[in-house]
Design a protein around this ligand. Structure first.
Ligand code: NAX
Length: 311
């Protein structure tokens, strides 16, 4: 039996996420689940609707639902937490204000976490910096138990490479995305493999790899907002489920996955290539990507300084 907390459960991503988790898609068909759904007070009525629909699915694995707006009560006994709830950037709001507002949420939630074993995935933006705030405030929890989500960026990169090479997504492996989940992110074409060969040997179009490929991955969120009038939700929920599977199941031998993990030297949550819960080190990058790494790190440092009072 696993207790799974989802914050922001009445939001867009929440609505795409909770039913898939309750059905057993995330942890497998042999793992009963109790859902803990955390929302802010004005959304508790909408959350009631989400709960009613969960009831109406009659999921065999779903053993209970706990709802509420008190993080202390909701985090109690939780094994896995997916923190989606965050304040969106409002009209006229600057990035700095967003950092501050969301910083406060992750201070409160960090302080509400007790116990050493919970696995916490931060999805709400700015995800890397929210994870950092959480890590500094969840005193009992090892920082290795917190990750920020990079899987959506990885999945986006996989599909772009597969389409360009005219192969299936299952033929594309070892795609890492480094740094911040923001337009400065660094999708790694140097170490990606397509049908067992280097992606750079299969695609052989450096102008595309350094240009349209990078732009398509980095700006995908904006393109979806332009097309749908709403930000990505189904693909984000899918990536959250994949991130947890990356975390609890073995990594296939010939692959790795991307996650934002704590780098103690930098005091940052940095998107990194991982295999079986270990950071894949010694990956070689070309000078173009090396330069981009510096830019994303600089941005993460600036974000950290913007929430300094919460650390
Ligand atoms: P919505 O605004 O639809 O839902 C967010 C929900 O969070 C709302 O229901 C709100 O009431 C709730 N909430 C706000 N503060 C809360 C708190 N303190 N405790 C509990 N719940 C709280 O946004 P949605 O489209 O679901 O996106 C949620 C977050 O995911 C945003 O911050 C968004 O930027 C971020 N994303 C992150 C991605 C990633 O790859 N890391 C990709 C997708 C998404 O853009």
């Amino acid at each position: 039996m696993k207790r799974v907390l989802i914050s922001g459960a009445a939001g867009q991503i929440g609505y795409s996420l909770v039913y898939r988790i309750a059905s057993g898609e995330m942890l497998g068909m042999n793992e009963p689940i109790i859902l803990h759904l955390l929302e802010i007070p004005p959304m508790l009525n909408a959350l009631k609707g989400v709960e009613m629909e969960l009831d109406d699915c009659a999921y065999p694995l779903l053993q209970g639902i706990v709802t509420g707006s008190d993080p202390k009560a909701l985090f109690d006994g939780v094994d896995i937490a997916i923190l989606v709830g965050a304040k969106p950037r409002g009209k006229g709001m600057e990035r700095k204000d967003l950092l501050q507002d969301n910083g406060k949420i992750f201070v409160e939630q960090g302080r509400a976490i007790h116990g050493k074993n919970m696995k916490v995935l931060v999805v709400g933006n700015p995800a890397n910096t929210n994870a950092l705030v959480l890590a500094h405030n969840a005193k009992d929890l090892p920082k290795e138990n917190i990750r920020s989500m990079m899987r959506l960026d990885q999945n986006r990169a996989i599909t772009q490479l597969a389409k360009k090479a005219n192969v299936s997504v299952t033929d594309v492996k070892r795609v890492a995305v480094y740094g911040n989940h923001s337009p400065t992110m660094v999708p790694d074409y140097c170490n990606a493999m397509i049908q067992g060969k280097r992606a750079t040997d299969v695609i052989q179009d450096m102008k595309w790899l350094q240009g349209d490929f990078m732009t398509a991955v980095k700006k995908r969120g904006t393109a979806i907002i332009e097309a749908r009038g709403l930000s990505s939700a189904a693909s984000a929920a899918n990536a959250a489920i994949r991130s947890m599977q990356d975390w609890v199941f073995p990594t296939p031998k010939d692959d790795f996955f991307s996650a934002g993990v704590y780098d103690s030297k930098k005091d940052l949550f940095f998107g990194t290539a991982m295999h079986d819960q270990k950071v894949v080190s010694n990956l070689k990058l070309d000078p173009f990507l090396e330069e981009k790494l510096k830019e994303t790190e600089k941005e993460l440092i600036e974000e950290r300084e913007g929430v300094r009072q919460y650390l």
